[in-house]
Design a protein around this ligand. Structure first.
Ligand code: GFP
Length: 831
């Protein structure tokens, strides 16, 4: 039939449009006002997308009031501030989060309902801001949420990529295809373009030392581009504090070269502007290896230079001498990507502020803090010296100067130790020579930290061992990662959130900001009614996921099964391969079972989601294997009731929000010592894991009986790798179960007989990630999980206990550690 217009209650629309004083709330008025003015639309042609935009603009008005107030008070009081420099901010969607943090969700739901819309449909219109690859970028987003919620004066600085992380499509053959993610196409109501905030950034050109006895130099010529600011408001949870995330966009300094154009050279006329705009056009998909893209280095400098110029301008407004800079400013380097900030600040202090070298270095080393996120040697960033000399000639001079003075002091402490000098030099010898960014970040910072106890110990004993010996252990610390309970509990699991509040008789405004309060749930493990409700919520979350899969992919999922998830970037060290080989093993075992035996088996649905870097061949092959194994086993009448397998394409923050609350168990099965921390282990409560990263600390908190460990430990890894290289044992001998699985794949049980050989050969030869060493114990752990799941009462108790003891892994705890022990900043009450 014909749809009724306007949707919802006509009187509510009319009164809101006329702005007459009736029952109509201010929310409704502001929504309708945005429909008419900002969107220039009429109620009779408003669709869900329009409704989303109107709601977003109206919520934005609320945020703006707080955001302005926060900025004003920071400026007036001039407290010390911290700046979080991250090349990635994986923010996901904003509207729901903003509504919850403002405490306005219920009012908005009701308001839009009267106007004929459902809040769920509206929320679903928003595109993810996917300005990140994985854990590192999502961590940055959680830290912004926690900073605002803990009322800390922290700003983020990043890049406004025109295209976020690529959209992942799966071809009919099972291959990952990449499509651009034009996330800004529908306009982004959450950003405020700041045409008034822009800086000129130089590349290339010539650097000349003045040679006047000072360390000064001039840097001129080359290309200049503009960095223009876009601000994104970051609301705290139940507080007025609304911080800022400033993202830079690149623009040509001169829009259009009229001379070239008039001379008939149209292409030349736009070339300069294209090359400037290219700087912030794409986010580089990361595969934990370094790569030498000039554009990536350009991005890093563009972003750090603009951010520092902005920070310096703000500091200068306070009117203090430059030597007091570190008393007002702390800058956190999220991994080595912003390390150029160190030579850039040196350049500003020496060439522009005319400071002596030692004063400048003193300021620098009291301002920066460096977080390391990986010890994988291939992931430690290095830049070729010739490229640096070409793109950033002045910075290369400064790096050489830093290195000279640094090595002189090493030589003083360890006279004659040439090996050590070679190991510690900022410049790695070779063709070409390369700048070791992690070492520069380390010596240029006041403190260095890893992201979990185990990882921080590895940082100190492996990659930065020499630096610990030279600079002393007190410079090196640990801040175990955390996640925000606002998004990862309250927002994505609203029913569980209300059950917690009503059971504890504590408002969520309290426990969401002090997650250790969840411990009070422990006694309720013995409360049967509570357990039932806990389990019923999980069941509804599983149905929500099943519905999502049904509507998006057309698959019907058995919601009576155990839901087993592995959701993270595809990488050999994260060992999705171990998981899929385990699934095949389960399938083969089921195929050999009698009907009577099968009756005892609990059904399981295995979900994978994650993207592979476009050039990462082995990771992409793993996806193809998963997809094709799924195709066979989901159709096999012998097993399909007991085992289903799905690869959910295009993993994103929003998809994680549906997957995580539905998971019964999640897999964190990296080779020991390779996963720095992991954060999806914190988001999923019950986990099966290897003793790696933050998993150890999670087990310490929640109790070992609530997680399932397996496999070799970190200290064994080196020996095992040695064995693989020098005394390899054939897999047939070492692990017959694994050999059988590999052979079946080779033989074409899942089609494509030869396609998977390169992937399988990574295990047969070398086996760097030790699948053959851990496979048997992995399968045994899976059996323990099955066993444990059969006792549903005990299982639910485990689940409750785990949630109750997750307090430590709130990003509020982590951010407070940074604030107190690193940045030395204090909470500011925004009146
Ligand atoms: C990296 C590390 C993870 C760690 C995050 C955040 O992220 O172990 O939890 O940084 O510190 F590898 P991914 O992008 O690989 O998830």
């Amino acid at each position: 039939g014909k749809e009724k217009w306007p949707r919802g209650e006509e009187k509510v629309w009319k009164d809101a449009m006329r702005d007459v004083d009736t029952e109509v709330t201010s929310i409704t008025k502001s929504f309708v006002n945005h429909v008419q003015t900002s969107l220039a639309r009429q109620p009779y042609n408003l669709d869900n997308l329009g409704a989303y935009q109107a709601a977003a603009l109206s919520v934005r008005d609320n945020l703006l009031v707080n955001w302005n107030e926060t900025a004003l008070q920071y400026t007036r009081k001039a407290p010390k501030r911290a700046y979080y420099l991250s090349l990635e901010f994986l923010m996901g969607r904003t509207l729901d989060n903003a509504l919850l943090n403002l405490g306005l969700k219920d009012q908005y739901s009701e308001g839009v309902k009267k106007l004929g819309f459902s809040v769920e449909d509206i929320l679903d219109q928003e595109r993810d801001a996917a300005l990140g690859n994985g854990g590192l970028g999502r961590l940055a987003a959680c830290y912004l949420d926690s900073s605002a919620s803990q009322e800390l004066p922290v700003w983020g600085y990043g890049l406004r990529y025109k295209y976020g992380i690529f959209q992942q499509l799966i071809s009919p053959a099972g291959d990952q295809l990449e499509a651009p993610d034009p996330w800004l196409d529908n306009q982004n109501p959450w950003e405020l373009p700041r045409l008034d905030v822009s800086y000129e950034i130089r590349f290339y050109g010539q650097a000349e030392r003045l040679g006047d006895g000072t360390p000064r130099a001039t840097w001129s010529g080359g290309q200049e581009v503009l960095a223009v600011a876009y601000d994104v408001m970051i609301p705290g949870c139940y507080t007025k504090t609304t911080n800022n995330l400033r993202l830079w966009e690149s623009k040509p300094k001169r829009g259009f070269d009229l001379n070239s154009f008039n001379a008939g050279n149209y292409e030349g006329a736009v070339e300069a502007s294209n090359s400037a705009a290219a700087i912030t056009s794409v986010l580089y998909p990361n595969d934990h290896t370094t790569f030498g893209k000039e554009l990536r280095l350009k991005q890093q400098y563009f972003w750090t230079a603009a951010s520092l110029a902005d920070i310096l301008r703000r500091f200068k407004n306070i009117g203090k001498p430059i030597t007091e800079f570190p008393d007002y400013v702390a800058i956190q380097l999220n991994d080595t990507h912003p390390t150029l900030a160190i030579p850039e600040l040196m350049r500003i202090l020496i060439d522009e502020e005319d400071q002596p070298w030692s004063t400048a270095w003193q300021i620098v080393t009291n301002t920066f803090f460096y977080t390391n996120h990986t010890v994988l040697p291939e992931a430690l960033e290095k830049w070729p010296v010739p490229l640096m000399e070409h793109l950033l000639p002045r910075h290369m001079q400064i790096i050489y100067d830093i290195n000279l003075l640094f090595l002189q002091s090493v030589e003083k402490k360890f006279p004659g130790d040439r090996d050590r000098l070679g190991r510690m030099s900022l410049i790695e010898e070779g063709f070409p020579k390369q700048v070791r960014m992690a070492y520069l970040a380390c010596i240029g910072s006041r403190k260095v930290n890893g992201v979990a106890e185990l990882h921080s110990d590895l940082v100190k004993t492996t990659i930065l061992k020499d630096f610990v010996e030279f600079e002393g252990i007190s410079k090196f610390g640990n801040v175990t990662n955390g996640i925000t309970p606002r998004r990862w509990l309250d927002q994505c699991n609203p029913e569980l959130s209300s059950l917690i509040s009503s059971t504890l008789k504590v408002d969520k405004a309290v426990w969401l900001k002090d997650l250790t309060r969840l411990e009070a749930l422990l006694p309720f493990t013995e409360d049967e009614a509570f357990r039932k409700e806990w389990a019923a919520i999980k069941q509804r979350n599983k149905e929500r996921l099943a519905h999502h899969v049904q509507t998006t992919l057309g698959f019907t999922i058995n919601t009576n099964a155990m839901f087993d998830v592995q959701i993270k970037r595809l990488h050999e060290y994260k060992r999705q391969t171990l998981n899929i080989l385990g699934v095949i093993h389960r399938y083969l075992t089921l195929k050999n079972m009698s009907a009577a035996e099968k009756k005892k088996v609990n059904p399981r649905v295995v979900f994978f989601a994650g993207k592979a870097a476009p050039a990462y061949y082995i990771a992409k092959l793993t996806i193809r294997l998963i997809v094709n194994v799924a195709r066979i086993i989901n159709e096999d009448p012998d097993t399909k009731d007991l085992l289903q397998l799905y690869f959910l394409p295009d993993y994103s923050v929003s998809l994680a929000e549906v997957l995580i609350p539905a998971s019964d168990i999640s897999q964190h099965i990296s080779t020991a010592g390779t996963e720095a921390s992991g954060t999806s282990n914190m988001k999923c409560s019950l986990t099966r894991m290897l003793v790696d990263g933050a998993n150890i600390e999670i087990a310490e908190e929640v109790g070992e009986s609530n997680v399932f460990f397996f496999g070799h430990l970190t200290p064994a890894v080196e020996d095992l790798r040695y064995q693989h290289t020098y005394h390899p044992t054939p897999i047939e001998e070492k692990c017959p179960a694994l050999a059988n699985v590999l052979n079946q794949v080779s033989a074409g049980l899942f089609g494509d007989a030869h396609v998977y050989e390169p992937l399988l050969n990574t295990i047969r030869q070398g086996d760097h990630y030790l699948l053959s060493d851990d496979f048997d114990s992995y399968i045994a752990a899976l059996a323990m999980v099955d066993e444990a799941y059969l006792d549903q009462t005990e299982w639910v108790k485990k689940s409750i206990r785990t949630t109750a003891k997750m307090g430590k892994f709130s990003s509020d705890r982590a951010i407070n550690e940074y604030a107190e022990s690193y940045w030395n900043i204090e909470a500011q009450k925004i009146a």
